[in-house]
Design a protein around this ligand. Structure first.
Ligand code: C2E
Ligand code: CA
Ligand code: CA
Ligand code: CA
Length: 271
C-alpha cells in the first residue's frame, strides 16, 4: 500500500507509544475516514453587522462516523499529531473552493492548521487547488492562528505568497495569544477574528461585562486604525449583536445568526 502524504504511517508507530487505546482507535478510524468519505463540511454564516446580510461562510469540518457525528475539537489535535491534517486540510480547501466555484456559496473562509501552514509546499498546494477548482481566489479567505506566525520572517513570506495568489487572509482567535497589532500591521492580513471569550460578556452589566466591552472596543478601534476588518465570533444573542454593532465591529458570526449546517440541507431548503 502506498505511503500517505504527511508520513502518517510512520507517525502512527511512534504515536502508539504515546496515546491511549481510545485515541489509537480514533486514529485508525481517522485514517479510513478520508478514503471512506466520512468527512463533511458544515458552513456557518458571517454577516455584515449593519445590513445583517450574509457576507461569507466559514467551513467547519465534521466527521460523520457511522455511530454519530464527531466534532473537530475531538479529532483535529490527533489529525495534527499524526500528520493526517495535511491530506485532510487539502480535502477541506478543495471542497470549500468547489462549493464557491459551483456558486453554492459566495465566499468561503477556511481554517488552516499551523502544521499545514508550516509545510514548505503549502502555498504551492493552495495554488494548485485554486487552479483545479477554478474558484476566484478573492472569494476565498484563509484563517490562520497566531501559532502559525511564530517565525516572523517565514510567516511573512508565506502570507505574501498566498496574498499574491489573490486570496484574503484572516487572523483567527485574536486576543487569545500574544501577537500585537503592530506586528500584524506589516503582514498582508486583512481581517481580525475576535475570539468568543471576549464577545461572550460584552452585553453584561456586571464589572466583567463592562471590562469585556471596553476591551473589545479597544481591539476594534486599533484594528480599524491599522486598516483591518473585524469579525466577532460566538455571537449568541441579539443583545451581544447590538453591542458589537454599536462598537463598530464589521462582521458578526455566531449561533444567533446561524449554526453551521451542511450544504445539502441549504440546497434542499432553497426553492
Ligand atoms: P474556530 O475556527 O474558532 O471555529 C469556531 C467554532 O465556534 C466552531 O466550532 C463553531 O461551530 C463554534 N461556534 C460558532 N458560533 C458559535 C456560538 O455562537 N457559540 C458557541 N459556543 N460556539 C460557536 P467547531 O465547528 O466545533 O470547530 C472547533 C474548532 O476546530 C475551530 O475553531 C477550528 O479551530 C477547528 N476546525 C474546524 N474545522 C476545521 C478545519 O477544516 N480545519 C482545521 N485545521 N481546523 C478546523
Ligand atoms: Ca476559524
Ligand atoms: Ca475562531
Ligand atoms: Ca476558537
Amino acid at each position: 500500500r502506498a505511503k500517505r502524504a504527511g508520513g502518517g504511517h510512520t507517525f502512527f508507530n511512534v504515536l502508539r507509544d504515546q496515546h491511549t487505546s481510545a485515541e489509537m482507535e480514533m486514529l485508525t478510524g481517522l485514517h479510513h475516514a478520508l478514503e471512506r468519505g466520512e468527512f463533511q463540511l458544515y458552513y456557518q454564516p458571517i454577516v455584515d453587522a449593519r445590513s445583517r446580510t450574509t457576507a461569507a461562510h466559514e467551513a467547519l469540518i465534521r466527521w460523520l462516523r457511522p455511530d454519530g457525528l464527531v466534532n473537530p475539537m475531538a479529532f483535529i489535535p490527533l489529525a495534527e499529531a499524526s500528520g493526517l491534517i495535511l491530506p485532510l486540510g487539502r480535502w477541506v480547501l478543495r471542497e470549500a473552493c468547489t462549493a464557491v466555484a459551483r456558486r453554492h456559496l459566495k465566499r468561503v473562509s477556511v481554517n488552516v492548521s499551523p502544521l499545514e501552514f508550516g509545510q514548505p509546499d503549502f502555498a504551492a498546494h493552495v495554488e494548485q487547488i485554486i487552479q483545479e477548482t477554478g474558484v476566484e481566489p478573492r472569494r476565498v479567505l484563509l484563517e490562520v492562528t497566531e501559532n502559525s506566525l511564530l517565525d516572523p520572517v517565514r510567516s511573512s513570506e508565506v502570507l505574501q505568497a498566498l496574498s499574491g495568489l489573490g486570496l484574503r487572509l484572516a487572523l483567527d482567535d485574536f486576543g487569545t495569544g500574544y501577537s500585537s497589532l503592530s506586528a500584524l500591521a506589516g503582514l498582508p492580513v486583512e481581517i481580525l477574528k475576535i475570539d468568543r471569550s471576549f464577545t461572550r460578556q460584552v452585553h453584561e452589566q456586571s464589572r466583567e461585562g463592562q471590562r469585556a466591552k471596553e476591551l473589545v472596543r479597544a481591539m476594534i478601534a486599533l484594528a480599524h486604525a491599522f486598516g483591518l476588518t473585524t469579525v466577532a465570533e460566538g455571537v449568541e444573542t441579539a443583545e451581544q449583536a447590538e453591542v458589537l454593532e454599536a462598537l463598530g465591529c464589521t462582521y458578526l458570526q455566531g449561533y444567533w445568526f446561524g449554526r453551521p449546517t451542511p450544504l445539502r440541507a441549504r440546497d434542499a431548503a432553497a426553492p
